[in-house]
Write a protein of this length. Sequence first.
Length: 107
Amino acid sequence: MAMKMMAAAGLLALGTLGAVSGASAQAALSEADIQRIRESAPKCEAHPSHTWEGRVSGDTENLIGATIPVSFVGCFPTEAECNTWKDHTSGYITGRIIQFSCAQRGG
């Protein structure tokens, strides 16, 4: 019985870790999670030669259950890389999606 409880606790810990580090669409996000997502995208100012700009924004749930707006932007060298980022990042949006795009940068 004790072994089953330890195994269940281990699985729960792994699930919680996955929810925070992977932040699936079902997971609530902390401010630190949101900041990590923002920082993971290549900054447009730092990559002026990247010709594709991705934008994802919408509503998600924070750790106290409130709906909050989030917005993420990144610049990428190819359309395929932008779309991969966009598809992954939109998984953090638990409510409505407002922006979901990859477009060539003007300029």
